[in-house]
Design a protein around this ligand. Structure first.
Ligand code: 1HA
Length: 273
């Protein structure tokens, strides 16, 4: 696969798009196992937004550079005393929560490609992706109670939806590490491959999705989300219904009548059973 680098202004990540419609966001801080700082997260938010708005892109891969880690969570060296991770101006952020929501609401499938550690806030990032393909060296786990943190949002509630309440409590309360096969057995990930085959296999999964109807994938993601996302989930699902309605003659008749200053005539449209 040929990747074209897009966005040369990024420092902490790399952003690539392939000609066949796959975008790839790579956290590029291998010296710290791809721990994120506020800038890393801001760049990921920007890259994901580019991928979302790029009509060539149908699927997005989130990964980490170096082969030893996907992401080890928040950079503990810059965790401050005032409620977050410090940026260069000394402002404290928990902006990874914004990025989690962006992954969740992105209408295109996002695939986590995990080699090595997906730990702490980095584990929650793979969790938020629609699919996870892992190399056989992958390690999964939460560390919060050990390092004085916790993610009680998607990191707890959505984790429990995926692996069940007992397992979610074990993962958070004991802070153990799980290998790729254990993760597969508990339904936390979709597939395990040899490390050398990780990108090839992930791209294969992406290509299969690229063959399919983008609108069907979009509506299915919104529908699967809606089951646990309350009114925000319904908003996304209903937004897709509106999108489709705007594409119909029936919907367009209402707009046309308004603009032409006449009464709308909906009599031609079926009252389906
Ligand atoms: O919980 C949240 C949040 C909750 C709500 C809202 C927002 C949140 C945002 C973030 C987070 C969190 O992410 S809290 C959890 C933070 N992360 C961790 O507790 C994991 C820390 N890392 C480790 O436990 C280990 O590094 C490891 C199990 C992943 C790997 O161990 P290993 O193979 O022994 O490597 P190690 O030597 O520890 O790491 C390699 C280098 O990377 C070390 O640096 P060096 O000694 O070479 O200078 C190490 O310090 C560095 N490193 C690894 N992880 C981090 C890190 N440096 C800063 N922050 C890290 N997270």
């Amino acid at each position: 696969i040929e990747w074209e680098e897009c966005g040369d202004h990024f420092e902490d990540i790399r952003y690539h798009v392939s000609h066949e419609g796959i975008a790839r966001i790579t956290i590029n801080r291998p010296d710290v196992h791809n721990a994120f700082r506020p800038q890393t997260v801001a760049e990921m938010i920007q890259a994901l937004d580019s991928a979302r708005h790029d009509s060539r892109v149908g699927v997005i891969i989130l990964t980490g550079a170096g082969g030893k880690a996907f992401c080890s969570g928040g950079d503990q060296r810059i965790r401050g005393d005032y409620g977050g991770y410090r940026d260069d101006q000394g402002v404290h952020h928990l902006n990874v929560l914004d990025f989690q929501r962006d992954l969740r609401t992105c209408p295109k499938p996002v695939v986590a490609m995990v080699a090595g550690y997906a730990i702490g806030g980095g584990h929650v990032l793979h969790l938020m992706c629609d699919l996870t393909i892992a190399a056989d060296n992958a390690v999964f786990g939460q560390t919060g109670p050990k390092v004085g943190s916790f993610d009680g949002g998607f990191g707890a509630a959505y984790l429990a939806r995926i692996v069940g309440q007992k397992k979610a409590r074990e993962i958070w309360f004991l802070c153990r590490q799980y290998d790729a096969h254990q993760a597969l057995d508990m339904g936390l990930i979709n597939h395990v491959v040899a490390h050398e085959a990780l990108e090839r296999e992930t791209v294969r999964w992406c290509r299969e999705m690229l063959q399919h109807s983008p609108m069907a994938l979009r509506c299915l993601k919104a529908a699967l989300n809606a089951d646990c996302d309350g009114q925000a989930g319904l908003q996304a699902l209903a937004g897709n219904a509106t999108m489709l309605y705007y594409m119909t003659e029936e919907g367009q008749e209402g707009r046309n009548a308004f603009n032409e200053r006449r009464r709308p005539d909906f009599s031609r449209y079926p009252r389906n059973p």
